[in-house]
Structure formats: C-alpha cells, structure tokens
Design a protein around this ligand. Structure first.
Ligand code: ASP
Length: 596
C-alpha cells in the first residue's frame, strides 16, 4: 500500500452509495471521482462520486496533510479517502440522497490519478452535443442518468435469463463467423485469411442455427444474441443490436404468444415495477392496416381509420365521384379535438399528405348536425349525415380524409395520424399498449422488378389453406408470422417455421432461389430438415428497444454503452478504420478507392 497513486493506499471498505446515517461514527475507506470541490467558511467540501452514489467529504484545513493533498484537487480526479462518518450540521442536510444527512470527515486523502479537464461537466442534464458525448463515452457513462440505464439494462437481461432458465430454456451460443444469413439486410463480411477470396458473414441473427438446434433436440433455446446488419441507420436502428433470440419445438403460435406475454410481464415488473395486463390483443395484418394504416400501430392515440366511400355514394362532388369511378376509396379519421389544430397545422398536414403522394387532404368539421369546411358546400345533407355516421365524427371534431387506392391510402393516413398526435401532443407517455400482429403475408413484391421477397424471412410456415396458392398467387399466401408491437414500436418478430425440405424449397423457389441455389446457400439447413426436424417456431424481442421503452428515452443510443453514430462510425475508437497494407496482402485483398 502506498501514496504514489500507482497502488492502492488501503482497501476500499464501502461504496459512496453505502454511506448513510446508520454508519455515523464508523471509519470508512472510499474511492471514487471528484464531482465537485467547494469552499465554505474556511472548510473545503468534496463531493466524491462512484457508480453507487455521491458522498460529501469534509476537509478541515487544520489537518495540514489532508489540506495539502486536497488543495489542488480538480473535477474527475480519482482519489482514495479515509475518514469517519459524521452527521451533517442541520442547516447542511439534504434529503435527495441517503448520504444527504451525513458526511465523511477526511483523515487522509490520496490521489490515485489526476484527470484532464473534462470536455463537458458530468451532470445529469448535460449540455454537450451527442457527438462529444460519444467521443468521450467513458465520461458520459459516469453521469447518473446514463449509469442508471446501464444498470436497468443489466437487471432486465438478468431477469430474462432467470425467467427463461425457469422455463427450461437452454442458453446456447451460436457462431459469430457464419455463412451469409438470410434476414434480408446487407451482411457485414469478414475475409478469410486461410481461404483467400472467401468470406465469413457476421450473423444478422442466429436464425438458421437456432432452427438446427431444434433438429438437435434442444427443444427450448435462447441466446442474448448480437445481430449485425449493414443497413442505413434510422433513429431506432444500430448496425449491431441485441435480441433475446428464442426457439421452441412442438409449439403453436399461441404458445409463443403466451411465452412472449409472460416474458414481457417479467421484464416490466423488473424494470418498472408495473404489472402488464395479459393476454395482449391480437390483430391480423389486414385488419391493422385497415384500422391504423400501419403494422406498428400506436393505439394510445385513438383516431382509427374508417372508409367513407359508401357514405359519399352517388355524390355530385366531382373530385370524389371521379375517384370512386376509378375504383379508388375515400378513407379518413376523426380528430376529436379538431379545434386545437390551427390553420398552419392543417396546412402542414396537407403538405405532408401531398408529399406522400396524395392529391390533397379533405377537411370537414362537424358543426351541430351538419358539416363545415371548404368542400362542405358540395355535399348535400344526406351525404353529410352519412359521413358523420360512417366516421363517428363528434360535434367540434374534424374529419381528415384522403382519396386513393387501398391500401396505399391507409398508409398515408397512418402517417398523418401520427403527425396529428405529435402536433396535439396527445400521446400518454405513461401507458404501455401491447398488441400482437399476425397473419402477415409471406411475401411482398417489388413493383419495379416483379420479384417476390419474404416479408420477414424465408423460413416462416405458410397457412395450410394458402399453400395451394404458393406458386399461383404468392401475395395471397399468409404465414404464421407475428410481431409484438408496443406504443408503435416493433419489439419482436417471429414465426412458426417450415420443417419440411420440400415446402421450404417451394417457398424459396417463389423468391427466385432454385433448388441448386438453395442447396448451395442453405444446404446445411435443408439437409438437417431431412433428419427428423420437429415442428418448431420462435421469436426474437429486441433488447435495445425494450430497454429504451423502459428507460423512457427516445434514442436507442442512450441504452447502448458504445453505440455507433447515424453514419455507422464509433466516435470514441474511430471505427471503422483503414488497415495496414500487409494485413490486406495476407488476405489477398486490394482496395479500389471509390470514384470521386
Ligand atoms: N430471426 C428473426 C429476426 O432476427 C427472428 C425470428 O424469426 O425469430 O428478426
């Protein structure tokens, strides 16, 4: 033990969070960071911080040694303090922390390491911009709100492990260096030195491995899995994310829903101490698009969509009559507090409808038994009445409607609905609204190329009654494919899988993967399916999004210790970076710089 700072001068006896009025009179040995130094009435006070809390250290300058060792202390210096816990004088007590009524009278203070002046102050409400916080992430993570999120994340993951262990799930790791995986995003690839010209992929998910584990007989598998996808980043995406990857044998959709509900209940109990109401409602994909114009509905905001085409009927209002003649629909939703939308809000909503490709935005306000608004004069009393009934328009409410083909028109309204909620600030942040979406279509089609691709991934089991349509009318094939959505965020996706090679090959063929190609890319899975693959299914809730919801923050980056920026860079360690020419040489790789 020494005072040089290279070695600890003594053993730590307590953490800062463990100092409270029960310890008055005890000698304690603390270590941590200088959060603040101030002078008052000839005394010096140091706030000492560690991950557990903050405690006030009192320096009496009459102790010459302590005075000397604390004179030039600066913020974020790391120190060790020996001292006695004592009650603070009445006028100095604070009730915002357990250590607020006590302080530690320093008998010895040892500098363990000095700190540069930090580029931003370590406070709860940091002013620094996010780039600076990401560059100095170790300082950012010292802030209480960030540390709390890491603690929350840890507790949630621990609860998940315990919960799944209690239900006989085995945690099994799958490889990080894999053959290209088929989640539909771009792979990150890793060159093989031993096999020049060949590459591993980083897993987009452990999908194929978890299915093969079912073939191996591990009927309940999970993994807190890192998934890497080289996608353009959106606000709630990261190039690498973490999911609770799960798979079960001999199950149906309803078993996975029950598991998902019990798991979410455990997570919310642990994270927020609240009880969720289960079972969660279930809504088919077709119905959710019809009602909310999106497959990720935020139902907290109400304002469901309705179809108004029939209510217009044989209208003289030309714009609508022509559209109906072309086979288009009129759909809309009611803003109950219509008066709260100012003119400029409405103009902005109209502009946004147009930006999404709509011809305009119909606005009709209910006044008593009739309608008012720019186009009301074109609508006779009977049409007005039918519109009120069809949309459920309340007195003072505003009906916003768009004309176009379904489901396109529903998607436009789905976006407008969210914009209205944003403008009116009607989202109840304290509410968690869960819903399962199921009966997704198995395929979607690229309008330009006519190419079919899986809506989720290639391995979802079609509905039995739709299998006959696989080749004839792929878009009509529904799959046992489900999402769990909470407050408009997709928290989990999963499906019951295909466990027959023949059916799997038929599904692949629809997406343009012929037998030969399938054998080349997925042969190991297809082979495994031939050795007694059990019926199985799974789901994968996203850890980052769940913790983000629990923490009540808007950015997924805030719940990841070392996240990447929107441009997929890490500001702290400057990844990605060029590598040495020798390293490239070994890998037989030459770089062709992008054209200017
Ligand atoms: N592998 C899927 C995904 O990562 C999840 C699943 O189907 O279980 O989205």
């Amino acid at each position: 033990m020494s005072d040089t700072g290279y070695w600890l001068p003594f053993e730590r006896s307590h953490t800062c969070g463990d100092i409270n009025d029960k310890r008055v009179g005890e000698t304690v040995y603390l270590m941590g960071w200088v959060a603040k130094v101030r002078k008052l009435g000839g005394l010096r006070f140091i706030d000492l911080r560690d991950r557990y809390g903050k405690v006030q250290i009192l320096v009496d300058p009459s102790n010459a040694d302590v005075d000397a060792s604390t004179k030039s202390l600066r913020m974020e210096d790391v120190i060790a303090v020996e001292g006695v816990v004592q009650a603070r004088p009445d006028e100095m007590t604070r009730d915002d922390s357990p250590s607020g009524t006590v302080e530690v009278a320093a008998a010895r203070v040892v500098m363990l390491n000095k700190s540069e002046v930090p580029p931003f102050t370590i406070t709860d409400n940091v002013k620094a911009n996010e780039d600076l916080r990401l560059k100095y992430r170790y300082l950012d993570l010292r802030r209480r709100p960030m540390a709390d999120k890491m603690v929350l994340r840890h507790r949630v993951i621990l609860a998940i492990r315990n919960f799944l262990n209690g239900r006989d799930f085995l945690e099994i790791e799958t490889p990080m260096l894999v053959r290209r995986t088929p989640e539909g995003a771009r792979d990150y690839i890793v060159p093989s030195r031993l096999h020049p010209g060949s590459f591993y992929a980083l897993p987009q998910s452990p999908q194929l491995y978890k299915q093969i584990l079912m073939v191996a007989g591990f009927d309940r598998y999970f993994q807190i899995a890192r998934c890497m996808r080289d996608e353009d980043l959106r606000a709630d995406r990261q190039p690498e994310h973490t999911q609770i990857d799960m798979e079960m044998s001999f199950v149906q959709e309803k078993d996975i829903f029950e598991l998902g509900e019990a798991l979410m209940s455990e997570i919310f109990r642990t994270g927020l101490g609240i009880e969720l109401t289960t079972p969660f409602p279930v809504c088919s994909y077709a119905e959710v698009i019809d009602r909310y114009g999106t497959d990720k509905p935020d139902r907290r905001i109400g304002m469901e969509l309705s179809t108004l085409t029939d209510a217009f009927g044989q209208t003289d209002f030309k714009v609508v009559a022509d559209a109906i003649g072309r086979g288009e629909s009129v759909r809309g939703f009611v803003v109950p507090d219509g008066n709260k939308l100012a003119r400029r809000d409405l103009d902005a909503l109209e502009a946004s409808a147009k930006a999404h490709g709509a011809g305009g935005l119909l606005r009709l306000k209910r006044e008593g038994e009739g309608l008012a608004g720019p186009v009301a004069k074109f609508l006779d009393a009977a049409v007005q009445r039918r519109l009120i009934d069809a949309s459920g328009l309340n007195d003072g409410g505003l009906l916003l409607a768009v004309i176009g083909k379904t489901p396109w028109v529903s998607h436009v309204l789905g976006r407008l609905r969210l914009e209205v909620a944003d403008r009116l600030e009607i989202v109840d942040d304290g509410k968690f609204d869960f819903i399962w979406i199921n009966e997704f279509p198995l395929f979607e089609r690229d309008d330009e190329t006519g190419q079919y691709s899986p809506c989720h991934h290639l391995f979802s089991m079609p509905y039995e009654e739709d299998i006959a349509n696989l080749e004839k009318d792929p878009l009509r094939v529904r799959a046992h494919l489900y999402d769990l959505v909470c407050n408009g965020l997709e928290l989990a996706s999963g499906s019951i899988r295909i466990h027959s090679r023949e059916l799997q090959e038929r599904v692949m063929a629809v997406t343009g993967i012929d037998k030969e190609d399938a054998a080349k890319r997925f042969g190991f899975l297809l082979d495994a399916l031939e050795y007694g693959a059990p019926p199985h299914g799974g789901i994968a809730p996203g850890v980052d999004r769940i913790v983000m919801l629990l923490a009540g923050c808007d950015s997924i980056r805030d719940v990841i210790a070392f996240p990447k920026t929107q441009k997929a860079t890490s500001l702290m360690d400057d990844a990605p970076s060029p590598v040495d020419p020798e390293q490239l040489e070994e890998l037989h790789i030459a770089i062709r710089p992008p054209e200017a």
